[in-house]
Design a protein around this ligand. Structure first.
Ligand code: HEM
Length: 130
């Protein structure tokens, strides 16, 4: 199976796991004070729903969809808006992959590699718009 297909199936198992998004944000917020500072006024339940779609957009891009949705994310996260500096995406990717490993009971080293490949590709588009 190619990386996008491995990730699509793994993401399905993660979404079926009740606390996947709670655990992701707990881990992501713990990863750095810079990350925490960005979310001080955020409605986290709403943010978790938005992230569900955001991850799907990264996966669909890796499967060949045009980068339109990621370019919109790049604009909202750019220096003039949310001002998410490019180095913060390392925390995001690492937190997500660790959360996948925790929730996807079928995850192995190949699954983690596939996620990293898929996420890196989409995150590059978002970082390029900073
Ligand atoms: C908002 C996705 C990375 C901080 C959002 C939204 C989405 C999203 C869908 C809501 C809609 C929007 O504003 O466009 C993603 C995805 C990421 C990512 C898919 C990774 C590829 C990051 C990183 C940070 C961050 C690394 C750093 C701290 C924020 C903040 C908001 C936001 C502060 C606004 C929250 C609020 O409304 O208070 N993100 N994001 N995001 N994101 Fe991200």
């Amino acid at each position: 199976m190619n990386a996008p297909d491995i990730v699509m199936q793994s993401y399905g198992r993660c979404c079926a796991s009740a606390t996947f998004f709670d655990d992701f944000y707990q881990r992501f917020l713990q990863s750095s004070p810079e990350v925490r500072a960005k979310f001080t006024n955020t409605d986290m339940p709403a943010q978790k729903l938005l992230l569900r779609q955001g991850i799907l957009n990264l996966v669909l891009f890796s499967r060949g969809l045009p980068p339109t949705k990621l370019q919109a994310l790049a604009r909202s996260h750019s220096r003039d808006k949310l001002d998410i500096q490019p180095h913060l995406y390392t925390h995001w990717i690492d937190a997500l992959i660790r959360t996948v490993e925790q929730h996807d009971k079928q995850a192995n080293a190949e699954t983690a590699r596939a996620w990293r490949e898929v996420l890196n590709k989409g995150v590059e588009v978002i970082q390029a718009g900073y």
